[in-house]
Write a protein that binds this ligand. Structure first.
Ligand code: MN
Length: 501
């Protein structure tokens, strides 16, 4: 047992060396490992493993997301206080303020029982979670890694506990990782929860889909050989990955009213992912595919490179007729777009690390500023802003990643969370809830008390918009204090319409 855990630790060290960490960093990780083993001494998980393995595996997940060294160490130490024999002062003394602060943050988030019996407690807990997120997003990323490892090892728990944890995962952590643009994590959390929460449906999907997976895979294998030769003739470096749709997302699609369990309507049950080096190669590859395989009639090419999805997703999708006239879907993207789609906000830290080592030139900076920034949920409207904002400096300003510290989280009375820029007012909140709500504003309550509409909101405020019965036009004075682009443009739109009459 002991040997095994040292072997696994050495795997982490190897990963860190591959990532470019130097000896001084490795020394720190070693120290954390010794500390974790000591504080979990004699403790076993239900699986029979040493308890310290959980911290180690959490650290490995964090390393695979390429978060910073501090986060990796915190991952290793995250349960040493709550479940082990250490206390926060030990961690402060041995590892300093940043690490002890983060361990404290993670254990605070862990104590938040998100789904209690009471809706009010749930809202209050969510609020705490978002507040800690706003302070240091790494807390939540480390918590996500912790949850991911717990989900991977869930089968040792009694079934009722499994269901409880899987439910919380699907309700909170999967959407949260989506919000953070971490597609890979979201998918894995959903896949792991699926058979626990919907065992019958899971069985049905896996039983019925097998033959369709197989046929689709064979089609793509044939195409792949042809295309790889063509790409190399044209001198384009590509890697083609055959990607099976996961059971959970397949089930979701099968349930759609336009699909109704007709597998023949699911063209992407297996898709071919083509990875290239540059954006130019993406379009070249699209051209080559269409030259050899006829694209479907009508508009079946989606160019999410020119027009990224609101969460920042970039790729070109096309559907073509493959062998025997069967439809095959291709997804074409650069390695960078892929990384960004899988790891989302975590890429932000990978990037700051690079920057601090001076490895990034201004070109890359601009590129990453765009792709990383647009991952973040608070810039969801980016795609639509892009066309509105003519000044590219203004646009870059809007996507700057330090936006994190300049955001507040406020809540609707029902507990929905809205992230707004610092300085936002109830008017900004109203337009964030729904653009049409702006036409009915008569007043605002903040934490249950009436305030002027120009009142600046604080982190954690609960905001309620008081509605008038009839719609009325926005007040031009509002333009003097609103902060968000959406509020400004909606108000202006109304004022312009008015002046036409
Ligand atoms: Mn844990």
């Amino acid at each position: 047992m002991h040997m095994e855990s040292e072997e696994k630790f050495n795997e982490l060290i190897k990963t860190l060396k591959d990532l470019g960490y130097v000896d001084a960093d490795i020394v720190k990780v070693n120290k954390a490992w010794e500390f974790a083993k000591l504080s979990h001494f004699g403790q076993k998980r239900l699986s029979g493993e040493d308890y310290s393995m959980h911290g180690l595996e959490t650290a490995k997940i964090i390393a695979s997301w390429k978060l910073d060294l501090t986060s990796i160490i915190v991952g290793m130490l995250h349960d040493t206080v709550d479940d082990g024999a250490a206390n926060l002062d030990d961690i402060l003394r041995e590892f300093g303020k940043e690490i002890s602060g983060l361990v404290d943050g993670v254990s605070t988030v862990s104590k938040i029982r998100l789904r209690g019996s009471d809706d009010e407690i749930f809202i209050e807990n969510l609020r705490k979670m978002f507040l800690s997120m706003a302070k240091d997003l790494r807390v939540v990323l480390i918590k996500l890694a912790d949850r991911l490892h717990n989900m991977r090892t869930l089968s040792v728990l009694p079934v009722d506990k499994q269901i409880k944890i899987a439910k919380e995962t699907q309700e909170i952590y999967a959407p949260l990782s989506e919000r953070l643009g971490m597609g890979e994590v979201k998918a894995e959390l959903n896949e792991l929860s699926f058979p626990i929460l919907y065992p019958k449906e899971y069985e049905k999907v896996t039983a019925e889909s097998g033959v369709y997976y197989k046929k689709a895979e064979e089609r793509i294998k044939k195409i792949k050989t042809t295309l790889l030769r063509r790409f190399s003739d044209e001198g384009i470096k590509v890697a083609i990955d055959v990607r099976k749709k996961t059971p959970y997302s397949l089930w979701k699609k099968l349930e759609r009213p336009d699909i109704k369990w007709n597998f023949d309507k699911i063209y992407d049950i297996v898709a071919a992912r083509v990875f290239v080096e540059t954006v130019r190669d993406c379009y070249a590859v699209l051209g080559i595919i269409h030259r050899y395989f006829r694209p479907l009639l009508g508009s079946h090419v989606s160019d999410f490179i020119a027009q990224p999805k609101p969460n920042g997703y970039q790729s070109i999708h096309t559907k073509v007729y493959g062998p025997n006239g069967k439809i095959v879907e291709f997804q074409i993207r650069t390695h960078e777009m892929h990384e960004s789609a899988e790891y989302g906000v975590a890429a932000h830290w990978a990037y700051s690390e690079l920057k601090s080592k001076g490895d990034v030139n201004s070109d890359q900076l601009e590129k990453m500023g765009g792709s990383v920034g647009s991952k973040l949920s608070w810039v969801k409207q980016l795609a639509s802003w892009q066309s509105e904002i003519k000044d590219s400096n203004e646009f870059l300003e809007a996507v700057k990643f330090d936006a994190l510290s300049e955001r507040i989280f406020v809540f609707s009375p029902k507990g929905d969370v809205f992230d707004l820029p610092v300085g936002s007012t109830p008017i900004d909140f109203a337009y964030a809830v729904h653009t049409s709500l702006g036409d009915f504003i008569s007043g605002a309550k903040i934490n249950g008390r009436i305030f002027p509409l120009s009142q600046v909101l604080k982190n954690g405020d609960v905001v309620e918009i008081l509605k008038s019965k009839n719609s009325k036009n926005p007040n031009s004075d509002w333009l003097e204090f609103v902060k968000t682009r959406i509020a400004k443009s909606e108000i202006k739109k109304h004022l312009n319409q008015q002046s036409k009459f």
